[in-house]
Design a protein around this ligand. Structure first.
Ligand code: NAD
Ligand SMILES: O=C(O)C1=N[C@H](C(=O)O)CCC1
Length: 259
């Protein structure tokens, strides 16, 4: 199998550390360099050079793929720079808006290279979203409760937003609850996107969890996924790296690349 040369941005982070392990343990993956916000020019784990300047990194190491696991603002910059340098981004970083996706898709297509932005790499989470989309056809009343560790920067989570988008595709906009309901404490009903309420819980001890709660006449349906560690995301990262080499547009969401 042909070697895929990979740069990882955010290699010291919770996800970055797992991604480094994945790349080192996968025979046809090679780590070319890492991009960090500190340690410019230093060796990373006695293995590859650290760059703080992504453009210099891409120019000097000519990788095939960038795996970005940083922060919402940094991730957007890295993804754009990667595409401009002909490097295929696999992005787990969350916080991308619709207009970011549009701009990046245009850039990927102009360059004729693939890009994958996946709010959740865990296969179980992707199935949870697909099942939620199926259920929404029969249960249009739904609320999303996403629960994450308390170091998370963005709320709602990328997964929460993606789930709402997938439900919206079949259900459309719908006002839920009492037409005259009023919040006596601001935010009590969570965030709302096209009538879908998303509640964000942040607690120490959690990793990444989500429940999609449907209600109908005399019944409820709960679809829940739990990631107990970051290894749960790595088979999705591996699949994304392999797939991004074969496509020539931007794919948003792993549900579009798994059967
Ligand atoms: N798609 C998924 O399945 C999935 C799963 C878990 C986390 N995430 C997302 O991945 C991102 C990272 O999560 P985490 O828990 O690993 O966070 P983290 O805070 O542990 O790691 C982020 C890392 O990015 C680094 N960083 C910050 N600025 C940088 C810069 N300018 N250049 C290079 N590196 C920089 C930080 O030093 C840190 O090590 C978040 O956006 C999170 O929401 C996605
Ligand atoms: O730990 C995080 O941060 C996670 N973020 C993703 C999201 O925002 O949906 C997915 C799971 C973990």
């Amino acid at each position: 199998m042909e070697q895929i040369k990979i740069v990882i941005a955010g290699p010291r982070g919770r996800m970055g550390q797992e991604a480094v392990k994945l790349v080192n343990e996968t025979e046809h993956f090679t780590l070319s360099a890492v991009i960090d916000k500190i340690n410019d020019g230093e060796w990373f784990q006695d293995q590859v050079r650290t760059y703080t300047n992504p453009e210099q990194c891409f120019a000097e190491t000519s990788p095939d793929v960038l795996i970005d696991l940083t922060t919402p603002e940094v991730g957007k910059i890295h993804t754009k720079l990667a595409l401009e340098h002909g490097v295929r981004p696999v992005v787990g970083t969350t916080g991308f808006q619709e207009e970011d996706l549009q701009e990046l898709r245009k850039l990927a297509e102009e360059k004729g290279i693939g890009a994958i932005i996946a709010p959740n790499f865990a296969i179980g989470a992707v199935l949870m979203m697909k099942f939620a989309k199926m259920a929404a056809r029969y249960f249009p009343d739904v609320e999303i409760i996403e629960m994450h560790h308390d170091k998370k920067l963005d709320a709602p989570s990328g997964t929460g937003i993606k789930t709402a988008e997938m439900i919206y595709e079949v259900r459309g906009n719908k006002k839920q609850g009492h037409p005259e309901e009023k919040e006596t404490i601001k935010g009590a009903r969570g965030g709302e996107w096209n009538g879908i309420h998303i509640h964000s819980v942040r607690l120490p001890g959690l990793v990444a969890h989500q429940e999609v709660l449907f209600g109908g006449d005399g019944q409820t349906l709960k679809i829940r996924h739990d990631s107990y560690n970051r290894a749960s995301f790595m088979s999705g990262v591996k699949l994304s790296v392999e797939t991004v080499m074969k496509i020539d547009t931007l794919v948003y969401g792993l549900e579009n690349i798994i059967e």
